[in-house]
Design a binder for this molecule. Sequence first.
Ligand code: PEP
Ligand code: MG
Length: 890
Amino acid sequence: MSKFVYLFNEGNSEMKELLGGKGANLAEMTNIGLPVPFGFTISTQACNDYYEAGKKISAVVEAQILAALQQLEENTGKKLGDTANPLLVSVRSGSVFSMPGMMDTVLNLGMNDEAVKGVADLTGNARFAYDSYRRFIQMFSNVVLGIDSFYFEQFLEEVREQKGYSADPEMTAEDWQEVIAGYKQIVKKHTKNDFPQEPKEQLFLAIDAVFDSWNNQRAIVYRRLNKIPDHLGTAVNIQSMVFGNMGDDSGTGVAFTRDPSTGENILYGEYLINAQGEDVVAGIRTPQPIHVLEKDMPVVYKQFTATCELLEKHYKDMMDIEFTVERGKLYMLQCRVGKRTAQAAIRIAVEMVNEEIIDRKTALLRVDPDQLNQLLHRRIDDNHNQTQIAKGLPASPGAATGFVVFDADEAEQLGNDGKKVILVRSETTPDDIHGIVAAQAVVTSRGGMTSHAAVVARGMGKACICGCESIKIDTNAKEFTVGDTVVKYGDVITIDGSTGQVFLGEIPMIDPELSDEFKQLLDWADEARFLGVRANADTPEDASKALEFGADGIGLCRTEHMFMDPKRLPIVQEMILAETDEQRQVALDKLLPMQQGDFEGIFEAMKGHPVNVRLLDPPMHEFLPDKEELLVEVTKLQITAPDSEELKEKEKLLKKVNQLAEMNPMLGYRGCRLGMLNPEIYEMQARAICNAAVVLTEKGIPVKPEIMIPLVGHVNELKRMRELVVETAEKVKEEAGIGFEYQVGTMIEIPRAALTADKIAEEADFFSFGTNDLTQTTFGYSRDDAEGKFLQTYIEEKVLPENPFAVLDRDGVGKLVETGVKLGRQVKPNLKTGICGEHGGEKSSIEFCYEAGLNYVSCSPYRVPLARLAAAQATIRHQLAEEKETVTSK
Ligand code: PEP
Ligand code: MG
């Protein structure tokens, strides 16, 4: 017969899935001989069976509970409901992952009109006994019978007032008896029944209630937020009660074995004399720092600190401990691995290696890569008041305060004047780049995690919120509204790009600091990982940042951002508008030295590390003015200056804009299709890269250029573009009389390219998976619109498990990546493969890249530390799994 109920001495800390975290740790503490009030745990399996049977405890589980109860009674020498020596128990939830405060608890269960007399006699403290009984009625009625606590609190308040008391300690035993009588009437009024007196009935009702609380609203929301699966269920712990409120030789408290906010190796916690746990939580009395216990109860303090040390050594981690002292005797009520800030997580992990408590691999697995973001960016100081007005997607971490502006030019102007501004737009385009550069942060009401604003801001390490749909922007009125709140041009807002929150006014910030422990941990990560980590960087500044954060090279340099410089844009437009090849060549000749200068700067900054430069990708119209705005200007000029040169120019521009306009620009004339129809553009870029390589080689600085062709769908595209690049490079080498190594490869970002990767590999020295476009084209979802339109609903309703633009979809997009790698390496076994879509900076996608056998991931410079750690974790996890497999197969 299956076992559903475990006495504390029958479990251990490994049994979390079955006993929940709390139950497993109570069992572990019991087994290592710590003073834990005895009890038993009803398993999560029993919870799942309860739901399957239509919320009913089966006869088998019921029998096992009764048997365990009998054992508990024997062990404690007390009996549930007994007048002479009553057993009182707590009934608490306990799931595999901690869900603090989300589920229900009942304390002092077993109290009734008889037992309370027994407790009064035994303790010689009638006041305490009746206070405990009324607490039980209140808690049980609320949690189990569903009566709002308000009725009880209101009644208690009335009694207190009537007696002229200001606080509970003034209440006598008789007063509490009066309260109990009133409480019973409240129960009768709401349930039409008397308060249950039979302790076993109380017990089973409480167990049902704890099982039910697994599916209360707040538990469901908490699970969704923390990605805890719904099917796990909760265990129920039944434990004999101990009382911290039996006088000044009693008390209760919580402690962490190290400081959970800084990680410092000191006992950190607080306690209250003569109190129960709920008093600490309720915050009615201010607890004392834990070290005061040394003065109040020296013997207990010594025993407690020794127990903390023992627990930390036993679990080899920082522990969060709850304890109670009952009449001078210490009891351990709970222990679990303590939650901690990012800073503390790193410090504790590194110091525990130095203290020889854990090894490096364990230390690396202890820190969540996502937490590192907090340390690399400024963040909001939570100790100050905040008025949140809106929430969008957390597109790029960091926090910023500034004046609201709605236009990139204005952002630039004010930025140049030294003002801090936040650029608020419905969405951004490459046209806005100068405004983004000048702004502290960007907020868009549309667009998702791979929208232009998100990608650019992340690349620059700037805070950004996208898809903030509750914001309604009126650019003409220069204001945005959220409900009734109006925020005007020049008003100050603060945003947190790590959470997506927008606040009114200024909120103080905390600056990032990279500790020695942080650097140490990342050095260990580099030793452990096989997967390379590169950065997506488009400027020498980004490149230097990437190296500073430990990148192994550049995995994607998007050259279009270089075209967007306001000084260059007119020349780029001249190139696009050229009517003859000669005219176009004149413009290209002007652009060539500018691009060459960019590449020289980047190569120099990268000090010989590989630099992957992608040739021009975006549709041409992105470099031209907005069609609507142009139309307005032309219409105005037709009225005010019909014969002007300006009108002729604008009309010409409008004609070209119309010519280039496409219904689906993302599927249109972009990527290598540009190079196919206008090879002179790619030729100029290839020449600029190679000239830069020559200049650096002459200076004795090593260079490793990788030239990448975007959006290839057919091998013939790559074949032709490769020939163009190779021809240009060889010409440059010959002209300069200087040799340098270079490679020519392709992005794989169209499903057809992945499916025909064997043919494509014939022409490629490397593959880089562009998973932004690959996700877009595999799902057929627009990367610019989907998140604002339907993806959120898809994720909420679990149609999709995750946003595929943020977390790589292993089943679909991932399969294409695997196919691409496999087919490519059939032709070239050592084919270098990487990923440069936004997924390259996301921990679970990084693990996938490791499994798929990629050589490297590439992400924004600010995500490089995260990626180094995630890459190390992927390697270690797989090594550990392999070791385990070898052991079991032996
Ligand atoms: C991609 O598509 O994944 C990619 C890196 O290119 P871009 O985002 O510039 O289209
Ligand atoms: Mg792309």
